[in-house]
Design a binder for this molecule. Structure first.
Ligand code: KG4
Ligand code: ZN
Length: 338
């Protein structure tokens, strides 16, 4: 018999956030994240600097998560950690720490797929949130992934569409770089877009088959669009920043949601969720909600703290694995692409 309460400590270090959470069953007791700002000046994540900062922050983050949760190490039932996808050096820091802690406490270790974490964040029980019903469709949008996923149950998930080249987060970040905004540019494009006209500029759409996406062409067309306009007016970007951001953002969100609409019509999903860093985008959140007026569907957006990388989402996956005694040997290794 399982104890009534299962306490899991989860660690996430796949990219540039060192995060630690403590969960009691499906509830989050603490979720502490140390975000690395050092990458801003480099225009993107520098893997070696990320690993070093994880090494510096991990113990403090773990201690702080335990303290906030008011839980002792001796109360923990399992340690969860992100196995991938992510940066090799960053993943190694979290995994080595998690293995050592689990070994010293003599409790099981549970490796977790980061993308599954983004999706199952919808199953966290915050007391006041509605949880999507299986099977639900999840649009998973981050800096490294753009996927349409059929979530049949917590541990039975099938990818039914994905990007054939860049992720939508990259399309945000690279466009931001072109117009001189620092990394990560997605949130800044979102911010400037709020005061802009989304219908002012038009961009071409890439042709893709089935339920897949393509973003590399959109990014290139954005680069030409900016360069051509700068030739006529050297202040084009500064004078039109809000409209440029609003139009480009609308184009990306339409590209995402057109595929979602296609699947709703074809397959009849009733519950539609979004997950991953880009699910923090205000236009995506509003336009997803608007689908409820167009189709007979219910939509789900994650709380902001569960959009970008965090350990609570790793903890919830581990909780469902724990219920099935789905533990790992200690010889598992990071997987940079899963
Ligand atoms: O899930 P995440 O934190 O890390 C990965 O697993 O990749 O996602 C990071 C991505 C970045 O590309 C960032 O620009 C994007 O999420 N992002 C946003 C917003 N907030 C974060 N993109 C558009 N609008 C936002 N508000
Ligand atoms: Zn992520």
């Amino acid at each position: 018999m399982k104890k009534t309460n299962t306490y899991i400590l989860a660690i996430e270090s796949s990219c540039d956030d060192t995060s630690c959470a403590v969960l009691c069953n499906d509830k989050v007791l603490s979720n502490i994240t140390a975000t690395q700002h050092i990458h801003q000046q480099h225009g993107g994540v520098v893997p070696e600097l990320a690993s070093r900062d994880h090494q510096k922050n991990i113990l403090l983050t773990v201690k702080s998560a335990l303290k906030t949760a008011n839980i002792e190490l001796s109360q923990l039932n399992a340690i969860a950690v992100t196995q991938g996808p992510g940066l090799m050096g960053s993943l190694l820091v979290g995994i080595s720490f998690a293995k050592s802690l689990a070994l010293s406490l003599q409790i099981p270790i549970i490796p977790v797929n980061h993308m599954q974490g983004h999706i199952l964040a919808h199953l966290i029980n915050d007391g006041d949130n509605e949880i999507p019903k299986f099977p639900f469709l999840c649009l998973t949008v981050s800096g490294g992934h753009t996927q349409l996923v059929d979530v049949k149950s917590a541990l039975n998930i099938e990818i039914i569409g994905s990007t054939i080249d860049d992720a939508v987060g990259e399309a945000f970040d690279k466009a931001a770089k072109i117009i001189g905004l620092p990394y990560p540019g997605g949130p800044l494009i979102d911010k400037h877009a709020q005061k802009g006209n989304p219908n002012k500029y038009k961009f071409a759409n890439a042709k893709v088959e089935d339920y897949n996406f393509s973003f590399s062409g959109i990014k290139t067309s954005f680069l030409y669009f900016i360069n051509n306009n700068l030739k006529q007016d050297k202040n084009f970007v500064t004078n039109n920043l809000q409209d440029i951001c609003a139009s480009y953002q609308k184009h990306l969100i339409n590209t995402l949601l057109n595929q979602v609409k296609k699947i709703i019509v074809d397959k009849g999903y009733k519950n539609i969720a979004i997950a991953g860093g880009v699910s923090a985008n205000s236009c995506l959140r509003a336009d997803l909600k608007a689908l409820e007026n167009e189709f007979d569907v219910k939509t789900f957006v994650p709380k902001f703290e569960y959009c970008t990388d965090n350990a609570a989402m790793i903890g919830i996956v581990a909780y469902f694995k724990y219920l099935q005694n789905n533990f790992s040997d200690f010889d598992f290794v990071p997987i940079t692409r899963m």
